[in-house]
Write a protein that binds this ligand. Structure first.
Ligand code: ATP
Ligand code: MG
Length: 428
C-alpha cells in the first residue's frame, strides 16, 4: 500500500484548459489519467486501480452466468469484416502490413468470435455458449471528448452468446440483463436500463444502460416507473405532447442527459449467416446459430461515477470503486510524536489488510486535505498533535464531508481495524 511521497500521483490545482466535463477536469486534477493525443489517454496508477475495480465486478458477474473468458486480437484480417459488410464503417481503422495484406483494428469483436465459432461449433450439443473478453477497442470517433468518456481507444468487456434458436437467445439475453443489473448496482452508480434502437449492430432488440450525468451526450425520458431512450419514448404511442412538454399516462416526462455505459443486443443471425456459423440439430439439419452481443465500458463507468458524486472539492467515490478505502493524513514533521503515531497507524492498517494511501509527504495540512478531498477516497483518517493528545484519530467520511466519531489511536490494532471495517460497511 503506497506512501504518497513515493506514489506516481500528479495532482494539479488547475484543470486542463480545454476541459468542460466535470469528470475530465477532476480525473486529470486528481492524477488518475493523462492525455497523450486526441482521444488517447493513459491511466495512471490510482486511476487504473479504479478501472480494475470495475473490471473485477464485471468479471465476477459474467462468470456467475457461466460465461467463459478468452482473449481475441485487436489486429485482425479484413476478410471477416468484408463478409459481415462492416469493412466500410468510417470509425473502423484500416491498415496494410508490409506484404500488402489488408488489416483492421477491431472496433468490436462480432466478426472475430463468429469466425471462431463457425470453425469450432458443430452440433446442438456444443450450444448454448457464452464467451467474453476484456479487450482494447479502436474507433476513429469523429469527436473524441470529455476525457475518458469518448476516446478512440478504450477497453470494453464484450460478450457473445450462441444459441440454437430464438428461444435460446432470449434466455441468454435474460441472463445478461441479470448480470448487467447486478454489475450496475454493485458499482454504486445511479442508472437506468432503457429500451434502445438497434443501430449499426442490426438485430431484434436492444437495451442500453444509462447513467444520468451532465456530461452525457444521450438523453433519457423519465417518469415514475418509466425510463426510455428519448427517440424510443417520443415514438411510443403512450407518450403525448402536452402544453410545453410531454406526458406519459398523465405524468410529466423529464428529459435528462445521460451517458451510455452498457449496451446489449439480440443479434439473431445477423453475423452467423454471412460468417457461416451453423450447427446440426438432432435431425442432422444444418441451421444458423442465434447470437447476442453485450458490451460495457469500464472507463465510462469510472467517469460517470466521478460525474454523479463529485462536489466542489473533488471526487467522492462509491465505496466499491474507490482507489483506496482509507486516505491517511499525517500532520507534523518527521521525528515528532505525531509523525511516529501516523507511521504506526499506517503499518497497522496495511498489515490488517486495509487498502490505505498514506500521505507521509513533507507538506502542510491544507495541501494534504485538499489532495485527499480531490482524490475522493471514502474515509480520511488524520493523525496530528491533537490525535496524540486525545488518543483518537480524526475520521472524515468523504461523501457529504461528515465527521465520524474518532478511532482509538493507542493499544493493539484489532479494535481499530474492527472499527474501520464497521465504518466501511456503512458507506454508500
Ligand atoms: P455511443 O453511442 O456512446 O458511441 P456505442 O453505441 O458506440 O456508444 P457500443 O458499441 O455499444 O457503444 O459499445 C459498448 C460500450 O462501450 C458502451 O456502452 C460504452 O460503455 C463503451 N464505449 C463505446 N464507445 C466508447 C468510446 N468511444 N469511449 C469509451 N467507451 C466507449
Ligand atoms: Mg459509438
Amino acid at each position: 500500500m503506497p506512501r504518497l511521497s513515493e506514489y506516481f500521483l500528479p495532482t494539479e490545482k488547475q484543470p486542463p484548459s480545454d476541459a468542460e466535463a466535470v469528470s475530465h477536469k477532476l480525473m486529470v486534477r486528481a492524477g488518475l489519467i493523462r492525455q497523450m493525443g486526441a482521444g488517447m489517454w493513459t491511466w495512471l496508477p490510482a486511476g487504473w486501480r479504479v478501472h480494475e475495480r470495475v473490471v473485477g465486478i464485471i468479471r465476477e458477474e459474467m462468470n456467475a452466468i457461466g460465461a467463459q473468458e478468452l482473449l481475441m486480437p485487436v489486429l485482425q484480417p479484413a476478410e471477416p469484416w468484408r463478409k459481415s459488410g462492416r469493412l466500410g464503417i468510417e470509425e473502423l481503422f484500416k491498415l496494410t502490413d508490409r506484404k500488402g495484406s489488408e488489416l483492421v483494428l477491431a472496433m468490436t469483436h462480432e466478426e472475430a468470435i463468429t469466425f471462431h465459432v463457425a470453425q469450432i461449433v458443430r452440433s446442438y450439443r456444443d450450444l448454448p455458449l457464452i464467451l467474453y473478453h476484456f479487450q482494447v477497442k479502436e474507433r476513429d470517433e469523429p469527436r473524441p471528448r470529455a476525457g475518458v468518456l469518448r476516446t478512440r481507444e478504450f477497453i470494453m468487456k464484450d460478450s457473445y452468446s450462441f444459441d440454437r434458436d430464438q428461444a435460446g437467445l432470449e434466455e441468454s439475453y435474460a441472463l445478461h440483463v441479470g448480470a448487467y443489473d447486478h454489475i450496475m448496482e454493485r458499482t454504486g452508480l445511479r442508472f437506468y436500463r432503457v429500451e434502445s434502437e438497434v443501430g449499426m449492430m442490426g438485430g431484434l432488440g436492444a437495451h442500453e444502460y444509462m447513467a444520468p450525468c451532465a456530461a452525457g451526450e444521450d438523453q433519457i425520458a423519465l417518469a415514475p416507473g418509466y425510463a426510455a431512450n428519448v427517440e424510443v419514448a417520443l415514438r411510443s404511442a403512450q407518450v403525448h405532447e402536452h402544453g410545453d412538454g410531454y406526458r406519459i399516462g398523465g405524468e410529466p416526462l423529464a428529459i435528462e442527459p445521460a451517458i451510455e455505459v452498457g449496451n446489449i443486443f439480440k443479434l439473431g443471425t445477423r453475423y452467423s449467416e454471412p460468417l457461416g456459423a451453423r450447427y446440426l440439430n438432432e435431425n442432422d439439419e444444418e441451421l444458423p446459430v442465434w447470437m447476442g452481443s453485450y458490451g460495457i465500458g469500464p472507463a465510462r463507468i469510472v467517469a460517470a461515477a466521478v460525474e454523479q458524486f463529485a462536489d466542489e472539492r473533488g471526487i467522492s467515490w462509491p465505496a466499491a470503486l474507490a482507489p483506496f478505502a482509507v486516505h491517511l493524513v499525517a500532520i507534523g514533521a518527521a521525528g515528532t510524536l505525531e509523525h511516529d503515531a501516523a507511521e504506526r497507524l499506517y503499518e497497522t492498517l496495511r498489515d490488517g489488510g486495509v487498502e490505505v494511501l498514506y500521505d507521509d509527504r513533507d507538506a502542510g495540512p491544507g495541501e494534504k486535505f485538499a489532495d485527499a478531498e480531490l482524490l475522493g477516497c471514502p474515509l480520511r483518517l488524520t493523525v496530528g498533535r491533537r490525535a496524540v493528545e486525545s488518543g483518537e484519530v480524526e475520521v472524515q467520511i468523504r461523501r457529504g464531508r461528515k465527521d465520524a466519531p474518532g478511532l482509538p489511536l493507542a493499544g493493539e490494532g484489532a479494535e481499530l481495524l474492527r472499527a474501520v471495517d464497521e465504518l466501511w460497511r456503512s458507506l454508500p
